[in-house]
Design a protein around this ligand. Structure first.
Ligand code: SF4
Length: 473
């Protein structure tokens, strides 16, 4: 059945629609609703703006029958209402009767309301088809201004033109999913983000579409010219050098590297050489005025610095208390340990984004924080650009992929032995600190610090590996 959860995923390809609807493993947009309990709480709070409603529960078929019965009784406010019509279904957070028709509300604990417009309009189409008179469509979102209690924005998203387009799209999808035979694949740009790419065009292990180093449009153009395998591409004189290395590592267990590129990267660095990593979290109910709901804030950082060649790395760290907004203190600590002459390595440009946010929030630290930003260098670049690769990296360049690939038998660098294994887990542990007992809290703080410190230690090890290959004769 087409639902608003998978409706927005269809990209116009008839084959994709046909496959999706029959795919038992298809990961629908259900994920969107697998909200964390914190988000769910906020949504429940927001529903209190529509008092005295009746809840509808159960799977969509049962819920649709219950909704119909409740409507027939003349109830005015219904939560989680469900409707089915002609192979398509819709669920609505709230419907509320106004002047003899039901207004539809998508209640979203976020300020980014535009992404929900199609969903409400889709619900309207299905409700009308199911014979229910509809009125206006609204998205209730959190306004970015002011305190949480005053932040509920109700945005009228009526758009008859868009509604007609969606109706046309739904008609096409319903037609495509009921075809007798599977439609033939057609290679378009949209295939790049389609979960069925492998089955359509990349069945072989060495398919050109398995290459990570070149963009999808390039792969598409090669495929259309008959270059369907990576080896064929590697033989071409204009083969991208990064792609060539990615292909080369598939047939060797050795590290593949470019000494010149590594040296050029290392030449951009200087001592004191720092390694910086932040942990952050999204704040749903900010207590501080400078924040808006859903803002991201720094919760802790780890900084290792090597003052001069051959010197031991010195470690600095900061962690908030899990209860109060701590970015001002984090900014002070950051300025305190990162000298204006430090060359600071980060992994991806996330740290830069975080510091730029700090500058906006605390303009009085602007000059010193800007000096840090000036000196940031992205350590992921040499790996993303394939200056150093091996097979175990599987074409990826994330820290958690590159580190074990370059240090496979090193327990001290093994995240899987840690109590906190990834950033998501760190965020969720930090968010619970305020509710923990003293002992639990001490243990959690220790785990959080250990996790964050390992990120910067890992960066040191990656830099050492680059140094090693850069110095090779
Ligand atoms: S890969 Fe392309 S052709 Fe195949 S189902 Fe997806 S969008 Fe359609």
């Amino acid at each position: 059945m087409v639902t608003q959860l998978n409706f927005s995923k269809f990209n116009g390809c008839s084959r994709q629609a046909y496959l999706t609807i029959r795919d038992k493993n298809y990961k629908s947009l259900k994920d969107k609703y697998n909200m964390s309990s914190r988000l769910r709480d906020i949504q429940d709070d927001m529903l209190s703006s529509f008092p005295d409603g009746i809840w509808v529960y159960g799977d969509v078929k049962r819920a649709a029958a219950d909704t119909r019965a409740i409507i027939e009784k003349g109830e005015e406010v219904i939560y989680n209402a469900a409707f089915i019509s002609g192979g398509a279904s819709a669920r609505c957070d709230v419907i509320m009767k106004e002047n003899g028709a039901y207004d539809i509300y998508a209640v979203r604990p976020t300020s980014r309301y535009t992404r929900w417009i199609d969903e409400v309009l889709y619900s309207k189409i299905i409700m009308e088809k199911a014979g229910v008179k509809t009125g206006n469509c609204y998205v209730c979102a959190i306004d970015r201004e002011g305190t949480r209690e005053k932040t509920l924005s109700v945005i009228n998203v009526n758009n008859p033109r868009r509604e007609r387009k969606l109706e046309e799209r739904l008609k096409n999808i319903l037609k495509n999913i009921s075809l007798e035979n599977i439609p033939r694949p057609h290679l378009t740009k949209q295939c790049g983000s389609c979960p069925y790419l492998e089955g359509c065009f990349a069945k072989e292990e060495n398919s050109i579409f398995t290459l990570k180093a070149i963009p999808f449009t390039k792969k598409m153009s090669l495929y259309q010219k008959g270059i369907t395998k990576v080896e064929e591409y590697a033989k071409m004189p204009d083969c991208d050098e990064r792609a060539r290395r990615e292909i080369m590592v598939r047939s060797t267990d050795e590290d593949v590297y470019s000494k010149e590129d590594i040296r050029a990267f290392l030449n951009t660095l200087h001592y004191p050489l720092g390694f910086l990593d932040f942990e952050t979290m999204e704040v749903f109910k900010p207590t501080d005025k400078i924040l808006s709901p859903m803002d991201t804030v720094i919760t802790q950082f780890s900084y290792h610095v090597i003052e001069s060649e051959g010197a031991e790395a010195v470690h600095y760290e900061f962690i908030g208390d899990g209860v109060h907004y701590c970015e001002k203190q984090a900014a002070k600590e950051l300025i305190g340990c990162i000298g204006e002459d430090h060359c600071v390595l980060m992994y991806s440009d996330y740290e830069k984004v975080c510091i730029e946010r700090l500058i906006k929030r605390f303009p009085k630290f602007k000059k010193k924080l800007e000096a840090i930003v000036e000196n940031l260098v992205d350590l992921e670049k040499p790996f993303a650009n394939k200056f150093l690769v091996n097979r175990a990296m599987e074409g990826k360049s994330s820290l958690k992929k590159v580190l074990p690939a370059l240090y496979p038998d090193c327990p001290s660098l093994d995240y899987s032995r840690m109590a906190i294994k990834n950033g998501q887990q760190a965020e969720s542990v930090y968010a619970r600190l305020g509710k923990m007992t003293k002992e639990e809290r001490e243990a959690a703080m220790r785990d959080l610090k250990e996790y964050c410190a390992l990120d910067t230690l890992a960066m040191i090890k990656l830099w050492e590996k680059l140094e090693f290959y850069g110095k090779m004769e």
